[in-house]
Design a protein around this ligand. Structure first.
Ligand code: IPM
Ligand code: MN
Length: 353
């Protein structure tokens, strides 16, 4: 198949890990006889430095015209530590999410046999944990009205959701649950928040349309605890933007290392795939970052956007082998640590075998 992929490496370790993911996709194309064309685009701090805009229109246009977006990370300490900065890399991320209509962020959480002992949680609690968080990504507090009073002494962020926004993300979550163990958990704060009550009301109404799915409800504070104490109880969790942001960071570490978890953002236009670890500026330029989350994001891209399941499996098998054979970056190494590029090359060679 002929496919075009926008490559948006971004900041920090983004370019290094994205390069490995692109290499893995090139290897897949060669092995399976596809033609993937990669189109580089800019965004984040890198684009602020280059053109003064964290999300140039050309980037959005190119992403919309291609079949998938392979994304690294946005964020730079240069802007984090400057509360007066007028433009921030993160604005670029929110803008591309909004412009591409990426309302569903899908973050699967699973364990690797070879790394179970790396989890901060006891093996018997975490072994076999396998769930997916569906995070609403274009609404809520991230996009609601925000500001400061004139005297500067009061600030506000508005959490806002419409039935339309809630229904479409719940539909995605119901469908994902249907392909898995058919258990959907709606996480909210309906004992306090009006938006959560609307979520719950909407979900209750939609339950009737999905009779094969068992639906449960849980408050977010309780869910944050259960993620640690009984992670195996979960199948599909659906929640709003802010809760999803926090819960997925929490969930990503229970299985060993945050450097391993991929994600997909899907919606109205082209889907985007990214590791959930962020730009990790401390490791940038050192060739030490773990490329596996980015490489697994490439596998998710193949499955989700191109329906290429055998191709995705070739990547996942190679990743598992690299872990089993201790070809690992320093964050998860148990002996010699390999560099980002060495791990990437091992994966490429395995795919090509
Ligand atoms: C994420 C990140 C972003 C978010 C930041 C960088 C804006 O933390 O993708 O989870 O909060 O959504
Ligand atoms: Mn986050």
């Amino acid at each position: 198949m002929n496919k075009q992929i926008s490559v948006l490496p971004g900041d920090g370790i983004g370019p290094e890990v994205t390069a490995q993911a692109q290499k893995a996709l090139e290897a897949v194309a060669k092995k399976f006889g596809h033609d993937f064309k990669f189109i580089p685009v800019i965004g984040g701090a890198a684009a602020i430095d280059a053109v003064g805009d964290p999300m140039p229109k050309e980037t959005i246009d190119t992403c919309k015209q291609t079949d998938a977006v392979l994304f690294g990370a946005f964020g730079s300490p240069k802007y984090d530590n400057n509360p007066n900065a007028k433009v921030r890399p993160e604005q670029g991320l929110l803008k591309i999410r909004k412009e591409l209509g990426l309302y569903a962020n899908i973050r699967p959480i699973f364990t690797f046999d070879a790394l179970i002992h790396k989890s901060p949680i006891k093996k018997e609690i975490v072994e076999g944990a396998d769930f997916t968080v569906v995070r609403e990504l274009t609404g809520g507090m991230y996009f609601g009205m925000k500001g400061r009073t004139e005297d500067g002494n009061t600030a506000f962020d508005t959490n806002i959701y419409s039935v339309y926004e809630i229904e479409r993300i719940l539909k995605t979550a119901f469908e994902i649950a249907g392909q898995r163990r058919k258990k959907l958990l709606v996480v909210d704060k309906a004992n306090v928040l009006a938006t959560s009550r609307l979520w719950r009301e909407t979900a209750r109404r939609m339950e009737k349309d999905y009779p094969s799915i068992s639906v449960d409800y849980m408050f977010v504070d309780n869910a944050s605890m259960k993620l640690i104490t009984t992670p195996k109880d979960f199948d599909v969790i659906v929640t709003e933007n802010t809760f999803g942001d926090i819960l997925t960071d929490e969930a990503s570490v229970i299985t060993g290392s945050m450097g391993l978890m991929p994600s997909a953002s899907v919606g109205t236009y082209t889907s985007l795939f990214e590791p959930i670890h962020g730009s990790y500026p401390q490791a940038a330029g050192k060739n030490i970052a773990n490329p596996l989350a980015a490489i697994l994001s490439a596998a998710m891209l193949l499955e989700t956007s191109f329906n290429m399941n055998a191709e995705a499996k070739a990547i996942k098998d190679a990743v598992n082998l690299s872990l089993a054979q201790q070809i690992r970056t320093e964050d998860i190494a148990e002996g010699k640590a390999y560099s980002t590029t060495e791990v990437g090359e091992f994966i490429v060679n395995e795919i090509l075998k």
